[in-house]
Design a protein around this ligand. Structure first.
Ligand SMILES: *Cc1c(COP(=O)(O)O)cnc(C)c1O
Length: 412
């Protein structure tokens, strides 16, 4: 993309004119849905436009984020990693948010909107179960019944999260169609909504899907960056040089980046799952090789083969293991406002070990991808001030860590 076009698109974004009336971020985004869902999406879009900016809603959300989620989350100087890596490393601690990750910011916000829209029930999809757990918790808090669709392969892999959801009163429905993982679960959740469009609210878990979800999720997650920006100015007296966050669908990253988009001196880095390597199907790195296409109702960069068939992906971290990426990230990539890198499974595991051993923080495998990005950047640019979006805690990953790091013995 030429510089003039890129600058014009960035100016639109900074002026708050993206997404546009069609839900577009430049060429990306939009709304690709079956005719039967159009009225439901129109209602949702109108409700979001009305409720999100209202003072009453903002007060209620703010109070719940404080009292129930535990916000603001800490911005922690990481002195040991700073010394080891030769840069000034700070963590934005979403691992300290209720249920252990940033996902609760979005689930709570959507549950409160559902309540105001008069919804009688909430449906959600989940892959590893983190969004399902956050949605089940938010539904329990606001008093709405909750149905979570989850591939049966994932249910077997993530049994503790299935139990957590059920304890909080959610109905977990096994999905036995398609790939029996996240992609099929999203299809089923949409199918449920199509057959119950009037009384059901679909709580979508990342900055993905048809308009207005990428916008709605970004707005609800932007609290991460607003807090981080105020905290670093107070603690360090200056802006960071760099932000680093992992990118699955892209919600924690866009949440951290958004408040800094207008700060031209702040570079932003998204880290995707490099998996086992660069082979087709071995990773979930959409930016370097993805091509534009439609998946789950949005036009964005996708891993697909020559015939446009969506590719299987691989990552050690379930939260990054998806063929598509949020449309706003695709735009930030094309205009060069954010840069993207990919961490291998082995890089992420190595960073789980380093961070746990030297800082006493067990990061989620997803977040460990961002840690690897920060370590790389520190080596290339010594002395810089870097905020890492620590999207979640690693307790959920213990079965994987048991089979990898721990079974090999953790070298010091
Ligand atoms: C789900 C998840 C992610 C990936 O989702 P995004 O929408 O890209 O943020 C990252 N980190 C953790 C801890 C997660 O649970």
């Amino acid at each position: 993309m030429d510089k003039t076009t890129a600058n014009a698109l960035l100016a639109e974004l900074l002026a708050g004119r993206m997404p546009d009336a069609h839900g577009r971020f430049g060429p990306y985004g939009g709304r690709y849905i079956p005719e039967t869902l159009v009225p439901a999406f129109d209602r949702l879009e109108a409700a979001v436009k009305r409720i999100l900016p209202s003072q009453e809603f903002r007060d209620e959300l703010g109070a719940e984020l404080r009292d129930w989620v535990g916000r603001p989350t800490a911005l922690s100087p990481m002195r040991n990693l700073s010394r080891r890596w030769g840069a000034e490393i700070w963590f934005k601690r979403e691992d300290l948010a209720h249920t252990g990750a940033h996902k609760i910011n979005n689930a709570l916000g959507q549950a409160l909107i559902a309540k105001r829209m008069g919804a009688k029930r909430i449906v959600a999809e989940t892959g590893a179960g983190q969004h399902g757990v956050a949605t089940a918790a938010a539904c329990a808090r606001v008093g709405l019944p909750c149905t979570v669709y989850m591939g049966e392969v994932d249910m077997a892999r993530q049994a503790p999260n299935v139990g957590r959801m059920r304890l909080m009163g959610a109905t977990v429905v096994p999905v036995t169609s398609g790939d029996r993982t996240l992609r099929a679960a999203i299809d089923e959740a949409f199918r449920d909504w199509v057959s119950n469009p009037d009384d059901t609210f679909y709580c979508l878990g990342s900055a993905l899907g048809p308009h207005p979800y990428p916008y709605l999720v970004r707005e609800l997650q932007s609290v991460i960056g607003r807090e981080a920006r105020a905290q670093i100015l107070e603690r360090a007296g200056a802006l960071p040089d760099m932000l680093v966050a992992c990118v699955g669908g892209g919600s924690n990253a866009i949440g951290l980046f958004h408040a800094f988009l207008g700060d031209a001196s702040v570079r932003m880095f998204g880290v995707e799952a490099g998996g086992r390597g660069t082979g087709l199907g071995d990773n979930a790195a959409r930016m370097p090789t993805g091509r534009p296409g439609v998946l789950h109702g949005t036009y964005s960069l996708l891993l697909q083969d020559e015939d446009g068939q969506v590719q299987e992906t691989h990552s050690v971290s379930a939260g990054l293991d998806y063929s598509g990426v949020g449309p706003e990230h695709a735009l930030l990539h094309d205009i060069g406002r954010a840069e993207y890198m990919a961490a291998l499974d082995s890089d992420a595991l190595d960073c789980v070990k380093e961070c746990s051993t030297h800082e006493g923080v067990l990061p989620a495998l997803e977040s460990a991808h961002a840690l690897w990005g920060a370590r790389e950047l520190a080596r290339r640019h010594p002395g810089k001030r870097i905020i890492v979006g620590l999207s979640g805690r690693g307790d959920k990953d213990m079965p994987t860590l048991q089979n990898t790091l721990l079974s090999q013995g953790v070298p010091s």
